[in-house]
Design a protein around this ligand. Sequence first.
Ligand code: FAD
Length: 265
Amino acid sequence: MLTAVLVPESLDAVQAALADEARPLAGGTYLMPRLNDRATPPTRLVSLRRAGLDRVAVGDDAVRIGATTTLARIEDDKRLAVLHPCVRSIAARPVRSLATVAGNLFVRQPYGDLAVALLALDADVEIRGPGGSRSEPLERMLPTGVAPDELVTGVRFAPPGVLSYHKAGRRRFNSASIVTIAAVLSTADGVVRDARIAFGGLAPRPMRCEAAERALVGHALDEASVRAAAHAAEPVIEPFDDAYASAWYRRRVFPVHLRRALLGH
Ligand SMILES: Cc1cc2nc3c(=O)[nH]c(=O)nc-3n(C[C@H](O)[C@H](O)[C@H](O)COP(=O)(O)OP(=O)(O)OC[C@H]3O[C@@H](n4cnc5c(N)ncnc54)[C@H](O)[C@@H]3O)c2cc1C
């Protein structure tokens, strides 16, 4: 049973509620169904929606997206085109109108597609707690989450040249992930110089795959190097069974989707 939803209008008031054991509520698209099903224990909630955390700033060197920015707002912002394929792959517009950026960092697999894209973008997460604000790489935050009296206030990343993004679901749109792949590659003279590759659907949480990155760097981006990258990823992925696909199936099809993500076919 839900005991209260607080809707403060300042960040300090949100922080005070968190210190008093309230749990953050953003769009509620993930949390509310779980409360209703009693999959999540009774709790007090503090809504973040009126706390002024939805600002977007796009500069030459950095993109900053406030925690409660909705996925629909990203979809409508031409300056954030790099994220459009990703957000359009998440649920349907009514859900995206509520679902937020920070909420996506805390959902369980097979959700978390935006977190996969942000991992490939090497995003930092801004976190506010009783001791003040700090910034942490998303890659470091994902395994531990944040403390109960902390909240994410925004994400920040350097604008990439290109973000390759590919999601395989049971349907083309409005389906949870079987495999999600995001990658930022830089090449010179046809050779991969730098690579950041992240996966969804292939581990208990969105993961960066350094083994696949190492297999690509120094090689031409072609069928052979992408096969080698998939081979290198094999031992480190930990796919799981769920209602969308078995672990066996995810492992089996992932090389095909890696090829589609990196080579486009
Ligand atoms: C029909 C349907 C389809 C969906 N399809 C997809 C999909 O394809 N891909 C996908 O990735 N997701 C999907 N989702 C899941 C969900 O909609 C998204 O992941 C969404 O981004 C979650 O954001 P939210 O704001 O609704 O989070 P909420 O439900 O409000 O919160 C989720 C969790 O994050 C915590 N939290 C929220 N904001 C903060 C913060 N600022 N600081 C600290 N903790 C915070 C909450 O306490 C809670 O534990 C789907 C959901 C539905 C209902």
